[in-house]
Design a protein around this ligand. Structure first.
Ligand SMILES: C[S@@+](CC[C@H](N)C(=O)[O-])C[C@H]1O[C@@H](n2cnc3c(N)ncnc32)[C@H](O)[C@@H]1O
Length: 203
């Protein structure tokens, strides 16, 4: 059974106030086929656990608790397959994923190429790859240590892998026009006002 966790209040609009978006949140184990068929999706956008990089709780169903990388990959494949099946034909399928190291050998496991391999085996076509630059934080300090002790580079990015199910031209058409928010819409009018006021006070 699908469990409705929350329904946000109405009033959610896109950047230009044209579309009401009222998400339905569904909790479940994505590696299992859904008890009721999921509604057909126009986009899959997912960010899976990166195997054992972070653990998200004790639940056995949580694939970050998989005993081995191979078992993780099998469960991950099942989740990707279920998402693939829920996606309409001629639509985009996006996976945010990052490389991880084997804790014993320090070598990369190849989670990014494994994701590309699984997705293409499911029948998806690899369409775009974006690099998501992550916050630098204390990395410049830590990176020097990694380089000195093990010749490892400090990593400050993840990969956004874009696949298409079916025809990319039809998928593009289905996206509609590119909508670019203004700076005010992005930051919120109030923030802009505050910045302007602070600027005036400084001057
Ligand atoms: C990298 S986090 C991404 C969370 C969220 N999508 C985001 O971007 O903030 C991976 C999430 O997958 C969840 N997860 C792990 N195994 C799962 C499963 N079998 N079914 C559904 N979610 C699962 C984890 O609990 C965790 O919340």
């Amino acid at each position: 059974m699908m469990v409705e966790l929350a329904e946000l209040p109405e009033g959610f609009t896109d950047w230009h106030g044209r579309t009401k978006v009222v998400p339905s949140w569904v909790a479940g184990d994505s590696t299992k086929p859904p008890a009721e068929p999921w509604p057909e999706a126009d986009l899959v956008f997912t960010c899976p656990p990166y195997y054992d990089l972070e653990r998200y709780g004790q639940a056995q169903a949580d694939i970050s608790n998989a005993p081995t990388y191979d078992e993780f990959l099998q469960a991950y494949r099942n989740a990707l397959l279920n998402a693939y099946e829920a996606l309409r034909e001629d639509r985009f399928f996006v996976v945010v994923v990052g490389e991880i190291r084997d804790r014993d050998t320090g070598t990369y496991r190849g989670l990014v190429p494994d994701t590309i391999r699984i997705c293409t085996q499911l029948g998806l076509h690899f369409y775009n790859e974006l690099v998501l630059a992550t916050a630098i934080g204390s990395l410049p300090v830590r990176a020097a240590r990694y380089m000195a002790s093990a010749r490892k580079v400090g990593k400050a990015h993840q990969n956004v892998l874009v696949f298409v199910k079916g025809d990319a031209a039809v998928a593009t058409e289905a996206c509609g026009p590119v909508v670019t928010p203004t700076v005010e819409e992005l930051l919120g009018a109030k923030l802009i006002e505050d910045v302007a006021t602070e600027g005036a006070a400084d001057g």
